[in-house]
Design a protein around this ligand. Structure first.
Ligand SMILES: C[S@@+](CC[C@H](N)C(=O)[O-])C[C@H]1O[C@@H](n2cnc3c(N)ncnc32)[C@H](O)[C@@H]1O
Length: 391
């Protein structure tokens, strides 16, 4: 058993969550970190994302490109409009997942209405949102566009080949539950670090060898399900002579599964994610030997992942190689993966005129652009992966 950190609860809600997780471990034994993270972030009453929606921005725990200002939504609106126009369809879909309080949706809809009223008139904006509380907040923020917006609870509800347009997510996949794995050099296999109890405190426990996660779908789930796990094992075996004992990998099976479902929903158009993440090669680099899982609280970052469940955001870098492979297995073609700075520069180069004229970028927008694109801001750490379908 490894030593855990002090993980005292600091609020009534956090205390309730702490108690709930403690009881689950007492009755079932140690739980995976994926289960701990699911409860800490998404428990319907006490989870971090189910409390007040003020986690993001200056008064919250971290910034996103959306909280920097509405210019991010304007940029996406311009990129998406160019894509929709090329589709030459009678109607277009924009599908957003991880819409949080609906700010980005409102920014994109307002910018599209202003710059391209012709496309706006043919638009169906779908938000994928499992939480009734967040749906209510989103509904308020998009109140001026309710005739364009509808909601689904899960990406599967879209139906195969039903989307003509763009399916996208900003900082969604980094918040999916993950398994904390540790390489045993002697046994040449991965072990899973789960969460146990030591006198009421959460501590890390070795749960033994990890062989992948159980299938979530029925018999019709694609044969290539969890090919990301097989690729991770193959990479580890290929590096077995040099991979240090105890090397950590934070494995998130849900990300590639989500991507696969989103790819299936697309008939024509693009699947896009904007997030911090790495290729598989980068995830295995020597300076990543402690993994990438982190906790955010009040704009400080640490790796005390078991501390104060429900009060901290828990997150890890996305495995972009897994997404690329999952999309290509579903017939998508990888358009590009670039850092956010390059993505923004391309939009400015191709559509700067539209942004300046119809969207009338303000001084504030221009200052925000610097934060979004500068390498020391969000420009280098964030990457944009786009895959396309249907030409
Ligand atoms: C980091 S926040 C996203 C921030 C937001 N997109 C922005 O840019 O400000 C992640 C959001 O994804 C939501 N989320 C997590 N899992 C989800 C899922 N399976 N479907 C839809 N939303 C999900 C969370 O509740 C949270 O609101």
């Amino acid at each position: 058993m490894q030593k855990g950190s002090e993980n005292q609860a600091t609020s009534d809600e956090s205390a309730a969550l702490h108690e709930l997780i403690r009881r689950e471990i007492e009755s079932r034994g140690p739980i995976t970190f994926a289960r701990f993270m699911e409860l800490a972030l998404y428990h319907p009453d006490h989870g971090y994302y189910e409390r007040a929606l003020d986690q993001i921005g200056r008064r919250g725990d971290y910034y996103t490109s959306v909280s920097v200002g509405s210019v991010f939504g304007k940029l996406l609106a311009v990129d998406f409009s160019a894509r929709l126009e090329k589709l030459n369809s009678a109607g277009f879909d924009l599908v957003e997942c991880g819409a949080h309080d609906g700010t980005l949706a409102a920014d994109i809809l307002t910018a599209t209405k202003t710059a391209r009223p012709d496309l706006y008139a043919k638009l169906r904006y779908v938000i994928i949102e499992p939480s009734p509380k967040r749906k209510a907040a989103q509904r308020m923020n998009v109140s001026e566009h309710l005739d364009r917006v509808s909601w689904c609870q899960a990406i599967d509800e879209l139906g195969n080949g039903s989307v003509h347009g763009v399916v996208f997510a900003n900082e969604l996949l980094d918040s999916f539950p993950l398994h904390r794995l540790r390489w045993s050099r002697q046994q040449r296999q991965w072990h899973e670090d789960g969460v146990g109890l030591d006198g009421g405190r959460f501590v890390w426990v070795d749960m033994g060898g990890f062989g992948g996660t159980p299938r979530t779908g029925g018999p019709d789930e694609a044969a290539e399900a969890d090919s990301d796990w097989r690729a991770i094992c193959a990479t580890a075996q290929a590096l077995a002579e040099v991979l240090p004992d105890g090397f950590r990998l934070d494995y998130c099976p849900g990300a590639a599964r989500w991507w696969r479902k989103a790819a299936t929903a697309l008939a024509k158009g693009a699947l896009i994610t904007i997030d911090y993440g790495l290729t598989r090669e980068e995830l295995f680099s020597p300076h990543r030997q402690n993994g990438t899982a982190r906790a955010y609280c009040r704009h400080t970052v640490d790796d005390e992942l078991l501390e104060m469940p429900g009060e901290k955001d828990l997150t890890a870098h996305v495995d972009f190689s897994a997404l690329i492979e999952a999309g290509e297995a579903q017939g998508l073609v990888t358009e590009r993966m670039v850092d956010q700075a390059t993505y923004i520069m391309r939009i400015l180069q191709h559509s700067g005129e539209l942004l300046n004229s119809a969207l009338a970028l303000t001084q504030r927008d221009r200052a925000a652009l610097l934060t979004l694109a500068h390498p020391s801001g969000l420009g280098r750490a964030f990457r944009v992966l786009s895959q396309v379908h249907g030409g």
